[in-house]
Design a protein around this ligand. Structure first.
Ligand code: SAM
Length: 445
């Protein structure tokens, strides 16, 4: 990777990534809110012109038309939200999206469709007294080849129990702090890793640390990432139900058996279907994660994946584009990096058409660095079944108090500013230095 041009040390105007096949993907980079918010600022305007000039040269030279033009930020919808909060008209916003950022028309349409769904939550939900509790369970049954999340594989039960002791201490201290500040718990999200590697006693322990303070039947959304079907049993699902979990994720990533082996997942497609049916029988809203652009997959594989998933009718489908993570096995072992703009665009088109014609609508989206085809991740939902937590975290609508290894809190200081608190990423540090994180939370709250 090379930075073509830097302004100061911290703002990179353009970056180029050289791929294995010799092709170059570039980003003409922006902090996405800058132009809309400060379009009269001369320095920012100059920067815009420089980035656009680089963009135009690279676009012609490499013969690519990135869907999102010069934009590289993660939170695209937030640009629209911020602009609207700053009284920009829809026409004005459209002009900037099209002419300044050079976003393609079908993507602009997608952004407005998403904003339409999010809008009902933005006005109704945004509340500086609300908070959302995230709990991190950084353990997995095996590592997926594309993954770089902090997660430990095949961890012994006693080591997990030591972690849970610190985690429960952090959860209780965090909730006590929120209660002291008169904050209201809006949603709960237990994520990972793969939280469903925990046994029933461990799951009960986590939920009892929350239900000590709150009646979870009154919390509008309690999500538990049960990612891998091979970690689920009737007993475990009933335990989640008893603990008032309302929404779980069962993630196939793909519905093609040949790919599951390649990406290091130790379950079959049949496991996905059986555990899905069992979970529905017990009574959960279900999300299913898929990834487009997985090694060896083409349009027909993606068509098969989305057709099979839509047949199951989960409430939510989260469609990721493969993102190349430096620390993943995929990058370490194969150095695979392919741009595939056209293929990714077609895959998204197939998924979009199938979802929309089956009653799903896009309800949140975000982008990542090194994302295949320079595309995006999109969450689809059946009507009125959106995951509130996902919209809150992506659009930074409310405070997130996160507990556990690698978890990241975001504490809203007012409607615009928020302060991050990042937790330790090693088990040893997490277990021995948790009080430092709690002190940081006290300071910021
Ligand atoms: C935090 S991960 C948890 C996954 C869960 N442990 C499982 O095995 O299903 C959440 C989701 O992020 C997506 N994801 C993770 N790494 C990715 C990558 N490199 N590119 C695209 N999507 C990725 C996957 O779809 C995954 O289900």
């Amino acid at each position: 990777m090379a930075s073509i041009l830097k302004e100061n040390d911290d703002i990179i105007l353009a970056e180029a990534y050289l791929y294995k096949d010799g092709a170059l993907l570039y980003h003409a980079a922006f902090n996405s809110e800058e132009i809309l918010l400060e379009s009269n600022n001369e320095k920012k305007l100059k920067k815009t012109l420089v980035v656009k000039a680089i963009h135009n040269v690279l676009k012609k030279h490499y013969n690519v038309e990135p869907d999102y033009g010069i934009l590289t930020g993660v939170r695209v919808i937030k640009i629209l939200i911020t602009a609207k909060n700053n009284s920009k008209s829809d026409d004005e916003i459209n002009r900037i999206l099209k002419d300044t950022y050079e976003i393609k028309n079908d993507k602009i349409k997608l952004l407005w469709e998403i904003l339409k769904i999010e809008s009902k939550y933005i006005s109704a939900e945004q509340n500086t007294k609300n908070y959302n509790l995230y709990v991190s369970i950084p353990f997995c049954p095996s590592k997926c080849s594309y993954c770089s999340f902090t997660s430990f594989v095949n961890t012994k039960e006693d080591k997990i129990n030591v972690y849970l002791k610190s985690l429960i201490y952090e959860i209780e201290k965090t909730i006590e702090l929120a209660l002291k500040k008169d904050m209201n718990l809006n949603t709960v999200y237990i994520g990972g890793g793969t939280p469903s590697v925990l046994n029933e006693a461990q799951i009960d322990l986590i939920f009892s640390s929350i239900s000590k303070y709150y009646d979870l039947t009154k919390i509008k959304e309690v999500t538990f990432e049960a990612g891998r079907p091979d970690t689920l049993s009737r007993e475990k699902l009933e335990c989640l139900k008893r603990n008032n979990v309302s929404r779980i994720s069962i993630n196939p990533q793909t519905m093609n058996e040949k790919t599951l082996n390649l990406i290091g997942r130790s379950h079959t497609i049949d496991d996905v279907i059986q555990k899905y049916k069992l979970s529905k029988e017990i009574g959960f809203a279900i999300n299913m994660d898929v990834i487009l652009g997985l090694t060896g997959e083409d349009e027909s594989d993606v068509r098969n994946t989305i057709t099979e998933i839509v047949k199951l009718k989960p409430e939510n489908i989260t469609v990721h584009s493969l993102s190349y993570k430096k620390k993943s096995e995929l990058m370490r072992e194969t150095q695979e990096m392919s741009k595939d703009y056209d293929l990714m665009a077609k895959m998204h088109e197939i998924v979009n058409e199938k979802c929309q014609s089956s009653g799903y609508a896009p309800y949140y989206m975000y982008r990542q660095k090194n994302i295949k085809g320079n595309s995006e991740n999109i969450g689809f939902t059946l009507p009125d079944r959106e995951c509130i937590y996902n919209m809150i975290i992506i659009e930074e609508l409310e405070t997130i108090l996160a507990c556990g290894l690698g978890a990241s809190s975001k504490i809203l200081q007012d409607k615009v500013r928020h302060e991050p608190v990042r937790n330790f990423k090693s088990l040893e540090e997490y277990n021995s230095r948790i009080h430092e994180i709690i002190n940081k939370k006290i300071e910021l709250l």
